[in-house]
Design a protein around this ligand. Structure first.
Ligand code: PLP
Length: 424
């Protein structure tokens, strides 16, 4: 494996861009190395600028549910672009997309498109505050909601991997409005509602937290959240930027049958283009400008090329029965990994829902981010590099969720299992 060109590009990039990247986790700091630069990607495979090939388990951090450069999406992008790339005037793709989201996501009656997941959560929080006339919000340790000031507190993902849960540059007065709780703790949740219930504008969470490993809610926890928020008139926001259109057409809310008031969406919805969305009860959504007093806008919101790409991806998932296929491939990977762990006498934990998975480099029972943080970093680092050498690209951090696509074949999984076995 040579990396001459990647190495040269990274040296140049570091002179031009902070850390050489446009998003921190890409810098491979957490695995003490340098990233490769991608030349092209197709299906489950990535080719780097030095000609190395990898089976990809990140899928551009979630969006690539059909695999890379899927024909229906590429075609839709071409066709839409020929008619114009942006208008700042209503276009027909926006209406079709809104219809799709309302049809697929149980809680959404009305939706607004934005250009990233961060914008979606940021706007949902503002809307919840405007609707309730309250300031305080609750979030959970290890849940990541993008780099929104008031939400970048005890966040997972990039914030975790750099060992700095909070960011510089956020006024203390903003942070004071955010109450942070450990996920899956019933008592602390009740305490906070008893004390602050009437002051809480919103509770925001990833219903399956997937930015600090992949954690599942304990039996009854999401229902408890639904009951408490209803009782106190607090807006319940599910951040389904990662899980929406991924674990099912309607996200986690479809799987568990619990309906939030607002939902933040992103990733899969854009088909690999920059798209986010937030939606929910019409009564709340109608507080947005131009109808209501909560301002929110975007030059590129509802962009026709991005809408066309996302729609093409969603339609293809439906037509190919993609979610059933993902479950099959996911089960094959799971069976293989569990038997490898057993064979090697490793007690490492494993979580999976459909095409999302996480191998935890720890024996701890996974209830929340405290357990996830017990990962054996040293073993993980060695595993990561060995797997990459073997042609398998996992996330360069033990706190990330892995993603499968419908382009992953049985053979891909078999080859991957061999590499996992050797690397462990
Ligand atoms: C990725 C992610 C975000 C942020 O989305 P961006 O498009 O990166 O701004 C927010 N919430 C969750 C749950 C995410 O996984």
């Amino acid at each position: 494996m040579t990396n001459n060109l990647s190495s040269k590009l990274f040296a140049k990039a570091k002179k031009l861009m902070p850390g050489g990247v446009n998003s921190p986790v890409r810098a491979f700091k957490n695995v003490d190395g340098e990233p490769f630069f991608v030349q092209r990607a197709k299906g489950s495979r990535i080719e780097d600028v030095d000609g190395n090939h990898y089976i990809d388990y990140i899928g551009t951090w979630g969006p690539a549910i059909l695999g890379h450069a899927p024909t229906p999406v590429i075609h839709a992008v071409h066709e839409a672009a020929k008619m114009g790339t942006s208008f700042g005037i209503p276009n027909l793709f926006e209406v079709e997309m809104a219809q799709k989201v309302v049809d697929w996501v149980p809680s959404v009656e009305k939706v607004r498109m934005v250009s990233s997941g961060t914008e979606a959560t940021m706007s949902a929080i503002r809307l919840a505050r405007g609707y309730t006339g309250r300031d305080k919000i609750v979030k959970f340790e290890g849940c990541y909601h993008g780099h929104v000031d008031s939400l970048l507190i005890a966040a997972g993902s990039g914030a975790l991997t750099h060992g700095e849960p909070d960011s510089a540059g956020i006024p203390a007065s903003f942070a004071e409005q955010t109450i942070t709780l450990p996920f899956n703790n019933f008592e602390k949740l009740e305490e906070v509602f008893e004390k602050y219930g009437e002051q809480l504008a919103a509770v925001i969470l990833e219903p399956f937290p997937a930015n600090a490993g992949l954690v599942f809610p304990l039996e009854g926890y999401l229902q408890k959240l639904r009951d408490l928020t209803t009782k106190y008139g607090t807006v319940l926001i599910f951040d389904e930027v990662m899980t929406g259109f991924r674990v099912a057409k309607g996200g986690v809310q479809e799987l568990v049958g619990i309906t939030p008031d607002l939902t933040a969406m992103g990733k899969v919805i854009g088909g690999g283009l920059p798209v986010g969305a937030f939606g929910g009860k019409a009564e709340i959504m109608d507080c947005l400008a131009p109808l209501g007093p909560v301002y929110q806008a975007g030059t590129l919101s509802g962009n026709p090329v991005a809408m066309a790409a996302g729609l093409a991806q969603m339609k293809a998932m439906e037509e190919q029965d993609g979610y059933t296929q993902l479950e099959k491939i996911g089960a094959q990977l799971e069976e293989g990994v569990l038997s490898i762990l057993k064979e090697k006498g490793l007690g490492y934990k494993w979580n999976r829902v459909g095409s999302m998975f996480c191998l935890f480099f720890t024996d701890e029972v996974i209830v929340n981010v405290d357990n996830v943080m017990k990962s054996d970093m040293d073993h993980f680092r060695k595993f990561f590099w060995k797997a990459l050498e073997g042609g398998v690209y996992f996330a360069p951090s033990p706190y990330e969720t892995g993603f499968l696509s419908v382009a992953h074949t049985k053979q891909d999984i078999e080859q991957t299992l061999e590499v996992i076995s050797n690397s462990l």
